[in-house]
Design a binder for this molecule. Structure first.
Ligand code: MEV
Length: 419
């Protein structure tokens, strides 16, 4: 409650935030309308990342995550970046992709030509499917015909024709819109080609809906000792090159990026599976799996950049019915999908910087173990006052265990009880 009050005083409040975040956010009644066979709801910590300055604007960023250290690291990095001028971002319009697949029984080239000859007609029909989206400035923008070949070795070769369309979903994630267009266009595609549509669905490789964020840090960013700070910057760039050169490292590097991104995606009621699938496919777009960020020392700066597909909505889906999601979006102060994507990209970049900085200096276990020590102390029954004392002892003794926590607690309580 105190933290919520402080946020509210700073201008980051949300109507009914206390009820939504600390009372029953998602009620059983609402949960029951969301999916089938509901037997309860599931809780996770809902925290806020602080210190973010993005495109000159102060932001607090709600994040839902179970992993310790993520919030501390991202808020710390946001402060470091803020001191160097903050994040700058840039986002594409909310273009999603839909696909209608045909496996022509007749000549596949004729099928392609028939579709190409009717693209204007198909586009006009597609534009009419969502008149309300059009009123909001969105709608189907273009269509193209793609020829694909299934040519796996030792299997029968097969030609496919895919009608692919591009639709601006404005502030919605867009899955339902895309799928409706894809399914409604299918009969027309069948009558133009005389072929049967096999399937019609969106693509989660939302590579026309990219969000980018960048930071530029002085080499003195890590403290007064310039040589040491410069070496840390060089090590961060070397850590990035390791990820570029090796998919084993790139996967973990990107996992760290997604620690931040997924937590914002969850807090804002978005589809994290779509974000994950799109991010990793995008990371592999060159044919090799690569990092989603880039870190380089250029002249006397450490330059960081992220580019990632983000299919995020601020309307639709569970957003109107989930009170916690509504409170989080209000606290964040976002109304548009592009604003939300810009912030989310910045969080991903900051989270990655935090991980790389820790990895090339003290390592990540020190921070993790401090946080873990807190959990161990709490589980052993330490009160709010006792937790720091139990933690300090366990860290100093390098023994972060339930046994040690219980021992310290016993000692503390007997000393306190003595007159
Ligand atoms: C842990 O959740 C994330 C890291 O492994 C990311 C990384 O290695 O870059 C620390």
């Amino acid at each position: 409650v105190e933290r919520l009050d402080a946020l509210s005083r700073e201008g980051f409040g949300a109507p009914d935030a206390e009820q939504a975040l600390q009372g029953d956010g998602l009620t059983l009644r609402v949960a029951n309308t969301m999916v089938e066979n509901v037997i309860g709801t599931f809780g996770l910590p809902n925290a806020v990342a602080v210190n973010f300055v993005i495109d000159g604007q102060e932001r607090v960023v709600p994040m839902v995550i179970e992993e310790p250290s993520v919030l501390a690291a991202v808020s710390h990095m946001a402060r470091v970046v803020r001191d160097a001028g903050g994040f700058t971002t840039d986002t594409d319009p909310s273009i999603m992709i839909g696909q209608i697949q045909l496996t022509p029984q007749g000549d596949h080239r004729a099928c392609v030509e028939q579709l190409q000859g009717h693209l204007d007609e198909l586009l006009a029909a597609a534009k009419d499917i969502h008149p309300r989206l059009r009123e909001r400035g969105g709608g189907v923008r273009s269509l193209e015909v793609r020829e694909l070949v299934y040519d796996e070795q030792a299997h029968t070769r097969e030609h496919m024709v895919v009608l692919q369309f591009y639709i601006d979903c404005v502030d919605a994630m867009g899955a339902n819109m895309v799928n409706t267009v894809a399914e409604r266009l299918s009969p027309m595609v069948e009558s133009i080609t005389g072929e049967q549509v096999r399937m019609a669905i969106l693509s989660n490789l939302a590579d026309r809906r990219l969000a980018r964020a960048k930071v530029s840090l002085p080499l003195s960013v890590w403290g007064d000792d310039l040589e040491r700070s410069r070496a840390t910057c060089e090590s961060i760039a070397a850590a990035w090159r390791f990820a570029w050169a090796d998919p084993y490292r790139a996967t973990t590097h990107n996992k760290g990026v997604m620690n931040g991104i997924d937590a914002v995606v969850l807090a804002t009621g978005n589809d994290w599976r779509a974000i994950e699938a799109g991010a990793h496919a995008f990371a592999a777009r060159s044919g090799t799996y690569r990092p989603l960020t880039r870190w380089e020392v250029i002249d006397d700066r450490l330059e960081g950049h992220i580019e990632i597909p983000l299919q995020l909505g601020t309307v639709g889906g569970t957003i109107p019915i989930h009170p916690t999601v509504r409170a989080n979006l209000a606290m964040m102060g976002v109304t548009t999908s592009r604003e939300l994507s810009a912030i989310t990209a910045a969080v991903g970049l900051a989270q990655n910087l935090g991980a790389l900085k820790a990895l090339v200096s003290e390592g990540i276990q020190a921070g993790h173990m401090r946080m873990h020590a807190r959990t161990v102390a709490a589980v052993a029954g330490a009160t709010e006052q006792e937790i720091p004392l139990v933690m300090a002892d366990m860290v100093a003794e390098k023994d972060i265990s339930a046994h040690r926590a219980e021992l310290v607690l016993k000692r503390l309580r007997t000393t306190q009880e003595r007159p």
